[in-house]
Design a protein around this ligand. Sequence first.
Ligand SMILES: CC(C)(COP(=O)(O)OP(=O)(O)OC[C@H]1O[C@@H](n2cnc3c(N)ncnc32)[C@H](O)[C@@H]1OP(=O)(O)O)[C@@H](O)C(=O)NCCC(=O)NCCS
Length: 165
Amino acid sequence: MTLRPAVPADLTHLRRWDRDPDVRGSLVDSDWHWDTELHKNPAWREWLIAEVDGRPIGFIQIIDPEHEETKYWGCMKPGHRAIDIWIGEPDARNRGYGAQMMEQAIERSFAEPSVHTVLIDPLESNTRAHRFYERLGFEFVVRRDFHGDHCCVYRLRRPGLPAPN
Ligand SMILES: CC(C)(COP(=O)(O)OP(=O)(O)OC[C@H]1O[C@@H](n2cnc3c(N)ncnc32)[C@H](O)[C@@H]1OP(=O)(O)O)[C@@H](O)C(=O)NCCC(=O)NCCS
């Protein structure tokens, strides 16, 4: 499994993956405006495509929530990253690729020395995803409503850091 930057030519599979019931059921905001956003490359965001043997299987977004333009996470202090992930090809799920995608995304996030915490916000109903994140070392922080969607916020602190207050 390798991650590479998303490009406009990824539009076809990103749109197809949007229609997958498991992906749809897991997303807070289902309109990602792919056709326009794939042409942009803001400093606060990385869009990555996971490929296995050259076949695109999934998507991962890493944002800096302090600078993300819609302020989805509210007013954030520096030092965070937030990740969204999905595997759009059903036959590529449950094979360990998601764990590899997250491990690489976490490594990319902590490669920036000022980043101390990685956040994720699965829907409260997506209990399989909760287990997936817990196995990766994420800890539950709080239940939170994002624009009416009931989510669970989890965090992963940089290894070796003391627990925050
Ligand atoms: C969640 C997801 C990224 C995990 O990647 P994966 O490659 O399937 O996961 P792995 O093979 O590394 O690990 C298997 C675990 O993934 C989780 N998982 C597997 N299929 C899943 C699905 N359809 N929905 C949610 N979680 C799933 C489960 O925790 C599973 O372990 P379990 O069988 O003990 O419950 C992937 O399944 C997926 O994209 N699911 C649909 C969209 C989604 O839920 N995204 C997360 C939004 S917060």
